[in-house]
Structure formats: structure tokens, C-alpha cells
Design a protein around this ligand. Structure first.
Ligand SMILES: Nc1ncnc2c1ncn2[C@@H]1O[C@H](COP(=O)(O)OP(=O)(O)O)[C@@H](O)[C@H]1O
Ligand SMILES: O=C(OP(=O)(O)O)[C@H](O)COP(=O)(O)O
Length: 402
């Protein structure tokens, strides 16, 4: 399997005075005031950058933030500069763009031990298109490449894949290496029974993963925005809940496949619905079969939590990606909090292996103060699921072989 091969690592590269293009995943959650609500991904990127600085390298740091369509101030990386500077102990210089003359000048002026943070690479559509000309421009300001963006390793984008055609060596950072070491190990040999919990809002990314998960897991728990596509496929009314209309057939076939494979597929039996998508929305608990028109499901209900907890009690390995509800709003955080508590309890009291992946899932666990109780906190949600599926990760494949 492609993800199992070993990639070149940082220790092997000659770094003094070199300009190193570091692709990190600094896609952290920000609130409406542009304040960072969870800095896990920034902290996780620090060891690689610090190592490079200590070796006398000049770091050109790149990341995406969110899913902007073109230049969108809300998705600027600027709010990250103070925290990054504080954690690294250097004044991080911020560019207004990720390519072009200003970037070239700032990169040329970088001292040894200096860091230049580029603006959001997704402000250019060429990033996600993996456009070779764009990748070449990104690469032009550096001498070698380090990919530490495990959370984005499942995307074949210009800054994760294309750029490796123009920068050699192209090696993995410490975070990338750590994630691969842990997750490949856990996936190759999971202790059974093995459960996956999948929620969140990136339905189209994750629904495809479910099919392969059915071949690996004994129990599959679904929550978050994922479930309404399944309900609708079964003929239930879903009101104004999140639904992927073009995935209804897939949802039906997944329910059938789970049955055929003897996988216990658990969908919530009750839902917390809201009259609007807001923290102060009216809310009530309804059976999953009775979501009223004009209401939307924003969390799983208490019966569902009980069923999920009972099922999780029987497991030895659990991978969780995607919150059970809109946990950012206190009223709809109970399902996510309950799962976080259950996993922490199973890890500490029963030695169950628990792996939490994804920016928002990790933020929820951090918010609950339970991150250090889990076996592994992964900075990648989609990436860890695709790794679990056995899919090659383009961002890893593109790196030099060890
Ligand atoms: N029922 C729901 N309807 C809409 N959004 C939801 C629902 N449940 C969870 N979410 C949202 O899903 C987001 C996280 O989704 P996702 O990005 O897929 O997870 P992760 O970052 O952990 O991989 C959160 O911001 C949460 O508010
Ligand atoms: O947050 C991320 O993924 P995740 O929500 O699956 O953990 C990564 O930064 C990748 O972002 P993307 O799913 O917009 O490519």
C-alpha cells in the first residue's frame, strides 16, 4: 500500500542557509472576530519549523485556510501571525500574497532563522487544480520542500503535490511522519471490535469513505450533518437539515452493504432540531422519523447517545471523525461532548485505542478538556479516514522515497 512506504525525512537534508518551503496545515477554526478558537494545528506544526530554524534554514511557510472562492479577507492567514510568532519565538513576517514580486523580495530578504508566512494558497483556484505553472511559482522562492500538512495530504493540490516536481529534496516533516507512523500501525492491525464514528458537515468527502470502512469495522456510528442524507434516502422528512441530494442512492446502497457485511450501522433514533442555524435558536428533541418542516437537525438526541455509548462499550479500537452536532453552539454540543467523554473514559479505564481526527473534532475534544485522555489526536480528519481506507495519500506519495 502506497501509504506504508517510508518517506524521506528532515534529518537527512542539508539545511544551513537554505530556503525551505514548508507546507503546513494551519487550517484552524476562527470565530466571527477572527480569533483562533483552537490552535492544535499551529502547535502541531511547531517542532518541524523550530528544527529548521535551529539548523539555520530560512522558512517559507504556506497553508490554506477554509474553502475560499477567490481572495476572501475572512480566510486570510494574518490572524495566525501573533500565535505563530509566540510559539516559534521569532517575529513571523507575513506576505500579502503567496506568489509574485513581493513574496520574492521578502523571501530573498529572509535571514537565517527567519520565517515568512505566505497568504492563503487557496486564494488562487490554481491551488486546488494543481496547476503546474502555479506550483512552479510557489517553488521558485525556495531550495527544498518539506510537507508537514498531514491534514491536507489527501488533496493533490499545487502546494501539497505539484510543488514537489520543482523542489528537491521533498521530504516529510515531523508531524507528517508521526501521523503516518501511528495511523498506519493502528490501521494495519486494529484490535477488534473496531468502531468508526463519522459525523461533521463535509458529507460528500466522507460518505465515500464509508463504503471502504464497511470492510474494516464492526460498528459504524453516524452523526452530524451526515445522517440526513441517510434519513432522506429511507423516505423520512428532514425539514431544512443538511442533505446531499446526489448521494441518496449511495446512502441506500451503504445501508444495504452494511447489512450484507454484518456491520452494525447505527443512525441516531432521535434528533435535536432547531428553528434556525443560530446559537439562540428554539430547540426540541424529536424522533428521527418526525423532523418537522422548517426545522433543521443540529445534534443527536439522548436516546441516540445511549445507544452509541452501549455499542462503544463493546469495542477495542475507535476512530472518530466529525462532530455529532453543531458543537460550536452550546445548545447543540451535547452529542459531541457525550462521545468525547465516552472515548476518554474507555481509553483511560479500559485501554481502548481511540483516534480522533479532524480540525473540528479535535477542537471539540480540546474544548471539553479531554485531548490528553485519547490515544492519538490526529490533525487530519479526511486524511486519516482515507488512510484508513487504504487509499494512497497524494501529498505523501509525492515525497522522496527514503
Ligand atoms: N447537523 C449538522 N448540520 C450542520 N453542520 C453540522 C451538523 N453537525 C455538525 N456540523 C458541523 O460540522 C462541522 C465539522 O465538520 P467537518 O469539517 O466534517 O469535521 P472535521 O473538521 O472534524 O473533519 C462543525 O463546524 C459542525 O458545526
Ligand atoms: O480541515 C481539513 O480537513 P478535515 O476537516 O477533514 O480535518 C484540512 O485542512 C483539509 O481541508 P479541506 O477538506 O478543505 O481540503
Amino acid at each position: 500500500m502506497a501509504t506504508k512506504r517510508s518517506v524521506g525525512t528532515l534529518g537527512e537534508a542539508d539545511l544551513k542557509g537554505k530556503k525551505v518551503f514548508v507546507r503546513a496545515d494551519l487550517n484552524v477554526p476562527l470565530d466571527d472576530a477572527q480569533k483562533i478558537t483552537d490552535d492544535t494545528r499551529i502547535r502541531a506544526s511547531v517542532p518541524t519549523i523550530k528544527f529548521l530554524l535551529e539548523k539555520g534554514a530560512k522558512v517559507v511557510l504556506a497553508s490554506h485556510l477554509g474553502r475560499p472562492k477567490g481572495v476572501t479577507p475572512k480566510y486570510s492567514l494574518k490572524p495566525l501571525v501573533p500565535r505563530l510568532s509566540e510559539l516559534l519565538g521569532v517575529d513571523v513576517v507575513m506576505a500579502n500574497d503567496c506568489i509574485g514580486e513581493e513574496v520574492e523580495k521578502l523571501a530573498a530578504a529572509l535571514p537565517e532563522g527567519g520565517v515568512l508566512l505566505l497568504e492563503n494558497v487557496r486564494f488562487y483556484k490554481e491551488e486546488e487544480k494543481n496547476d503546474p505553472e502555479f506550483a512552479k511559482k510557489l517553488a521558485s522562492v525556495a531550495d527544498l520542500y518539506v510537507n508537514d500538512a498531514f491534514g491536507t495530504a489527501h488533496r493533490a493540490h499545487a502546494s501539497t503535490e505539484g510543488v514537489t516536481k520543482f523542489l528537491k529534496p521533498a521530504v516529510a516533516g515531523f508531524l507528517m511522519q508521526k501521523e503516518l507512523d501511528y495511523l498506519v500501525g493502528a490501521v494495519a492491525n486494529p484490535k477488534k471490535p473496531f468502531a468508526a464514528i463519522v459525523g461533521g458537515s463535509k458529507v460528500s468527502t466522507k460518505i465515500g469513505v464509508i463504503e471502504s470502512l464497511l470492510a474494516k469495522v464492526d460498528i459504524l456510528i453516524l452523526g452530524g450533518g451526515m445522517i440526513y442524507t441517510f434519513y432522506k434516502a429511507q423516505g423520512y422528512a428532514v425539514g431544512k437539515s443538511l442533505v446531499e441530494e446526489d448521494k441518496l442512492e449511495l446512502a441506500t446502497s451503504l445501508i444495504e452493504k452494511a447489512k450484507a457485511k454484518g456491520v452494525s450501522l447505527l443512525l441516531p433514533t432521535d434528533i435535536v432540531v432547531a428553528d434556525k442555524f443560530a446559537p439562540d435558536a428554539e430547540s426540541k428533541i424529536v424522533p428521527a422519523t418526525a423532523i418537522p418542516d422548517d426545522w433543521m437537525g443540529l445534534d443527536v438526541g439522548p436516546d441516540a447517545i445511549k445507544t452509541f455509548n452501549d455499542a462503544l462499550d463493546t469495542t477495542q479500537t475507535i476512530i472518530w471523525n466529525g462532530p455529532m452536532g453543531v458543537f460550536e453552539f452550546e445548545k447543540f454540543a451535547a452529542g459531541t461532548d457525550a462521545i468525547a467523554k465516552k472515548l476518554a473514559e474507555l481509553t483511560t479505564s479500559k485501554g481502548v485505542t481511540t483516534i480522533i481526527g479532524g480540525g473540528d473534532s479535535v477542537a471539540a475534544v480540546e474544548k471539553a478538556g479531554l485531548a490528553d485522555k485519547m490515544s492519538h489526536i490526529s490533525t487530519g480528519g479526511g486524511a486519516s479516514l482515507e488512510l484508513l481506507e487504504g487509499k494512497p495519500l497524494p501529498g505523501v506519495l509525492a515525497l522522496d522515497e527514503a
